[in-house]
Design a protein around this ligand. Structure first.
Ligand SMILES: Nc1ncnc2c1ncn2[C@@H]1O[C@H](COP(=O)(O)OP(=O)(O)OP(=O)(O)O)[C@@H](O)[C@H]1O
Ligand SMILES: [Mg+2]
Length: 316
């Protein structure tokens, strides 16, 4: 990816290629006006010299995580925002991307999706640079507006429709440590774009039996993306949300999750509390709304688990 931006300094023939002999000594050779061809010689290719401003592959740093579950209201947006702010508290550079036409993530940072001029719709469909739609509030956020609802239809007619987000992120991938993608409650083209751009997927799951059933469908969609578009993307964690430890039902739901997904289930339980609903009304994460409360602490704990996981992967 980054390599496409690397150019050689001199106009010498590429390493390993020799210019052909002069035409006079080769009666059958092409006329002088023809483009010069080079004969292949097997010599070790020296490393090309890079210009300082050019970006080698290693500078692509951001870990891109999609938050997905086609079931509505399971805390995808709440988790994207609060985990993002918690990672920011730990000194990480974080970009949140609102891929949901409902614009809840955008709203939860105090912006009105109806009053936004340019949004992720323009980025995905009209190829506007993503930096043009990034606002800085508690962390950076690429905003959504209601017109994003038309993005699936508009994208469906375009070649490379599943890669629009992946391409848009190239511009900013080396500016952030984490890019978190909030997806809508469906497995449509917007969510597929998130899966194609992502290194991993975190699935928030409400601690109820009925919430667990959709995970099979989500895994099937991911398998299809792996086969055709992004071979490395996987579920990297499942976050139990809206957990009420006083009910047997919630405890059983966690048991079932752990039985099926083992270590993929984060140890942090996001408990049920009205704080998570109150904070966005103030245009705030719960970490700013009530910094020392247990709701904020839960997402700090989750941030630690995510960071530990990212480090473990780096050293694997
Ligand atoms: N742990 C929690 N306890 C209680 N309420 C919560 C919790 N987490 C989120 N909520 C509330 O539940 C509602 C749904 O949360 P959220 O919008 O994050 O879900 P979502 O999965 O993004 O929904 P959608 O599928 O519509 O995008 C919101 O009102 C939110 O404030
Ligand atoms: Mg949401």
């Amino acid at each position: 990816m980054g390599l496409s931006r690397i150019r050689l300094r001199s106009a010498q023939p590429p390493a390993g290629l020799d210019p052909p002999a002069e035409p006079e000594s080769q009666p059958d050779s092409e006329p002088k006006s023809a483009p010069r061809a080079y004969r292949l010689q097997v010599v070790p290719a020296p490393r090309p010299e890079l210009r300082l401003a050019e970006v080698p592959e290693a500078a692509v740093t951001a870990r891109v995580i999609a938050f997905a579950n086609q079931k509505g209201g399971v805390a995808k947006t709440t988790t994207t925002l609060n985990l993002g702010v918690a990672l920011g508290e730990r000194g990480k550079r974080v970009l949140l991307v609102d891929l949901d036409p409902q614009g809840n993530l955008t709203m939860s940072q105090g912006m009105n999706p109806d009053a936004i001029e340019r949004s992720m719709f323009d980025v995905l469909v009209h190829r506007v640079p993503i930096s043009d739609v990034i606002q800085t509030v508690e962390v950076d956020i690429a905003v959504a507006s209601i017109d994003l609802a038309g993005a699936e239809l508009a994208l469906s007619a375009l070649i490379g429709r599943e890669r629009a987000l992946d391409k848009a992120l190239v511009e900013v991938r080396d500016r952030y440590d984490f890019i978190l993608l909030d997806t809508p409650p469906s497995l449509g083209l917007l969510t597929i774009n998130a899966f194609v751009a992502a290194n991993g997927v975190i699935v928030p799951v409400q601690c109820e039996y009925l919430s667990l059933r959709g995970l099979v469908q989500l895994e099937n969609t991911l398998a299809m993306v792996r086969e055709n578009l992004n071979p490395d993307v996987r579920v990297e964690g499942i976050v139990p949300t809206m957990y009420d430890g006083r009910t047997l039902h919630a405890r059983e739901a966690i048991e079932i999750l752990e039985e099926h997904f083992g270590d993929l289930v984060f140890e942090t339980r996001i408990r049920k509390t009205v704080r998570y609903a109150e904070a966005p009304v103030k245009g705030s994460s719960v970490l700013r709304y009530e910094p020392s409360g247990p709701a904020a602490q839960a997402y700090r704990d989750l941030a630690k688990e995510v960071l530990d996981g990212a480090e473990a992967r780096e050293h694997a």
